[in-house]
Design a protein around this ligand. Structure first.
Ligand code: SF4
Length: 389
């Protein structure tokens, strides 16, 4: 048995352990276990610094999970978009392929907890119909292996899946969605990397949410993947009490870049049953993004997205940078709230007559002139309110 498998065996998972280790009331622990089982492996457990810290919140069951009456089992309607077992086909040219129900840790905020935990939630017996579907649908260029966590499969089983996918000529890209580099980095072994790199182009998207998760072990795991020629991106979830703070996310994104992981998405938390206590306001998310853009490298800035409830897919959300747009120009603010005008190609009239825009600052009562045009006729844009930095 490999070290990582041994660590899975040694995870905190039983009701008795939840009561003893975390002081959870036995009845509550039993109800939580029934709702969504726990798995906290010894590595991730060792990252906890104090009760209730951002690591604890992500892995230790909380009675607040049982008080959420509003959430959905399947907020993204993945099951309705599943033409055959184990496949979700939502976007035109890519498909999600669920390969296992197991994970290195069970995250309390998981969107897919209806599929995760018990091995019967995702059946390995159904893989053949999934391969057949992928073979028949020539529009699918990109397959995302997910679950659960595909790196919970043995190297042999994962290689069987990769080899089979590589035999399908229209599949150009294979992506592996895995939280292992973060929650159990010991899974990333030289043997695994040597196997994966035979099936390029392979991309990995991993899932770090807090800078404390970037340790010597997780750094080594990500570097091994990148050194095997695998581009690694990160998908984080914005969560109250975990990372809903611009300084925390700035540190996380900059540290990810240093270990050669590109911050790819920052998600608003899904409306998943049992996760209401993790959700932040949309305004808070936008405010955080506003405090990142311009202050740190664009390379470190992920797309901030809402995965649309009901299966609409990922929709990017941006702070309001466009103050006004008409057929001749766009008026924008930058990260310092300075105003600039960019003339559209149709702007012959304005080029001849100079441009004038005045921004009325509703909040402070004054007005602003664009930095790059000073004189002139005025277009008032009274909607503008300053955003405080
Ligand atoms: S690793 Fe992913 S699928 Fe598994 S519990 Fe965590 S969020 Fe859910």
């Amino acid at each position: 048995m490999e070290l990582w498998q041994q660590m899975i065996r040694n995870s905190v998972h039983s009701v008795d352990q939840l009561v003893e280790k975390f002081g959870i009331d036995r009845k509550v622990a039993e109800d939580l276990d029934e709702f969504f089982q726990a798995r906290i492996n010894p590595y991730y457990l060792s990252l906890i610094r104090y009760p209730g810290d951002p690591i604890w919140k992500q892995c230790v069951p909380d009675k607040l999970e049982l008080e959420d009456m509003d959430g959905f089992e399947d907020p993204l309607k993945e099951d309705e978009m599943s033409p055959v077992p184990n496949i979700t086909h939502r976007y035109p040219d890519r498909a999600l392929f669920l390969t296992t129900s197991q994970c290195g840790m069970y995250c309390r905020f998981c969107t897919r907890k209806r599929k995760v935990g018990n091995s019967d939630k995702i059946s390995m017996k159904e893989l053949e119909s999934a391969f057949n579907y992928l073979e028949q649908h020539k529009e699918i260029r990109d397959v995302i292996l997910s679950g659960g966590d595909p790196l919970m499969l043995t190297d042999v089983m994962l290689e069987k899946i990769l080899a089979r996918l590589r035999k399908i000529p229209h599949i150009e890209i294979i992506r592996i969605g895995t939280k292992m580099p973060c929650v159990l980095p010991h899974r990333i072994t030289p043997k695994l990397c040597d196997m994966i790199k035979k099936y390029h182009p392979i991309y990995v998207n991993t899932h770090f949410n807090h800078p404390w998760e970037i340790t010597p072990e997780s750094t080594k795991a990500c570097e091994m993947l990148v050194n095997a020629g695998i581009p690694v991106g990160n998908q984080a979830v914005l969560m109250k009490g975990v990372n809903d703070d611009p300084e925390v996310l700035k540190e996380l994104f900059l540290k990810l870049l240093k270990i050669r992981v590109k911050p790819y998405y920052l998600f608003m938390a899904d409306e998943t049953k049992g996760t209401n206590h993790f959700r932040t306001s949309i305004d808070r998310g936008i405010e955080i993004m506003d405090k990142l853009r311009g202050y740190i490298s664009g390379l470190a800035i992920p797309y901030f997205v809402i995965d649309a409830p009901g299966g609409g897919g990922k929709i990017p959300i941006l702070p309001q940078y466009v103050l006004h747009r008409d057929e001749n120009r766009i008026v924008m603010r930058n990260y310092k709230n300075e105003v600039y005008v960019y003339r559209d190609v149709k702007d012959e009239y304005e080029r001849a007559n100079k441009i004038s825009v005045e921004i009325i600052d509703k909040k402070n009562g004054g007005s602003k002139k664009p930095k790059n045009y000073k004189n002139i006729r005025t277009i008032k844009i009274p909607e503008y309110e300053t955003v405080e930095n």
